[in-house]
Design a binder for this molecule. Structure first.
Ligand SMILES: C[S@@+](CC[C@H](N)C(=O)[O-])C[C@H]1O[C@@H](n2cnc3c(N)ncnc32)[C@H](O)[C@@H]1O
Length: 396
């Protein structure tokens, strides 16, 4: 792989390229990392690369010409041009894996106030390394280069990248080294007994536990497990294991109870909204003890859809109740159904708001308010009509 970094400060990369794993990767010819000072491409006699922004405002803006010319001089068919900017898509391990498969990366480091907007037109992608603003794109370029290079085949031991944080959307397991006991803090016994099956199991458990505690958001779209009448704790299935398991759809009559893998809110939502809908998948293959007989993989969008469906059903029932109240002259019925409408709104806000999203929630509340207003209007018309009738009858 080749990585070209366009920067005004190539010296910043000296330490980065000359230490540790990156240095070795360069020496082993796994990657070549070149810094290119795009000032050298400036056609201005003073080698100027920036100017004041049109429309006024503070700071200096990088000009198109030096950057366009620098990119054009190195860009090939297989190149991926990446602009480093706080406005880009947030960088993560998945992106690092993706980029590690590219043949040629061109990273453009901005500086000062930023760059001329037209520079975006020559870039394939915009990447940010987080929601904060740095003085230049050099540190982001190093962050991306570092995380990408260590994933190139042969740069680090593949065993060490297999279980590390963010693989399979799980964090790494805890690690210990000598001594066994440091100031009363002991290394877990299981790591000392040499039983690799047990160690493996412990590590898998820890990865899931640590992720659930520290980054439950990573488990969000993951899994729910299901099994029959066995202690829930003993019945865990791990994300790693799922990869090796063939799944087939479960037949209706094989439905069993649903158990939760973690307490995250989406799982709560499923058991709350659709206990009868859960079908899941039957497990085959590497599931010898048969303790787990089903998994369910759920997407946020699906939960939203189900939550919406449930709420719409409740609104239909409310509408029906309004119509009933309109066709009856029971005064209590009127206040009862208005009370029900209020309660329904509260219930939706308390129980469904998280799953519907603000836009849907807003629409639903407006919808209920509309029904209430229409009902009150119709009821008022109805009673004024009845009063008129009574008056007419009195006059006769
Ligand atoms: C001071 S910043 C410019 C910020 C710009 N005015 C804005 O508010 O979006 C200068 C350069 O640093 C780089 N940079 C700063 N923060 C970054 C981040 N979080 N991710 C990637 N690049 C960043 C970009 O190349 C940017 O053009």
């Amino acid at each position: 792989m080749k990585i070209d970094i366009l920067t005004l400060f190539p010296n910043m990369f000296n330490g980065f390229k000359n230490e540790s794993i990156i240095k070795r990767a360069i020496e082993d010819k796994k990657v070549s990392i070149n810094t290119i000072n795009f000032r050298n491409f400036s056609k201005n006699k003073h080698k100027k690369v920036d100017d004041t922004p049109y429309g006024g405002g503070s700071g200096m803006v990088l000009m198109c010409q030096p950057i366009f010319d620098a990119v054009n001089s190195i860009k090939k068919k297989n190149s991926k041009v990446i602009l480093l900017t706080p406005q880009g898509k947030k960088f993560n391990q998945k992106k690092a894996y993706e980029l590690s498969k590219e043949e040629h990366l061109i990273l453009i480091c901005g500086h000062y106030e930023g760059f001329d907007e037209r520079i975006r037109s020559i870039c394939d992608e915009e990447i940010s390394i987080g929601d904060y603003v740095l003085t230049g794109g050099e540190l982001p370029a190093m962050v991306i280069t570092d995380s990408v290079v260590r994933l190139i085949d042969g740069v680090i031991n593949t065993e060490s990248s297999k279980n590390e944080s963010f693989n399979d959307n799980l964090l790494d397991y805890p690690t210990y080294t000598k001594p066994r006991n440091y100031n009363g803090m002991k290394v877990p016994e299981v790591l000392l007994n040499g039983n690799h099956l047990q160690i493996d199991k412990w590590r898998k458990e820890k990865r899931l536990k640590v992720t659930n505690e520290k980054r439950p958001d990573l488990l969000k779209n993951k899994i729910i497990i299901e099994k029959n009448g066995v202690n829930e704790k003993k019945n865990k299935i791990y994300v790693d294991d799922i990869k090796n398991i063939k799944v087939t759809k479960v037949k209706e009559k094989e439905k069993t109870n649903v158990y939760k893998l973690s307490k995250n809110s989406d799982i709560k939502a499923i058991t709350l909204f659709m206990p009868n809908l859960i079908k899941g998948y039957k497990l085959k293959g590497k599931n010898k003890d048969k303790k787990v007989n089903k998994i369910l993989i759920v997407k946020d969008e699906f939960i939203k859809k189900i939550a919406m469906k449930n709420v719409m059903k409740k609104i239909d029932i409310l509408n029906y109740r309004f119509n009933l109240a309109l066709s009856s002259d029971d005064e209590d019925g009127t206040s009862r159904v208005l009370g029900e409408a209020e309660m329904l709104k509260q219930m939706i806000i308390n129980m469904y708001a998280n799953y519907l999203g603000n836009e849907n929630l807003d629409k639903i509340i407006k919808n209920i308010n509309y029904l209430v207003n229409e009902f009150v209007k119709a009821k008022t018309l109805q009673s004024s009509f009845v009063n008129k009738e009574i008056n007419n009858q009195r006059k006769m």
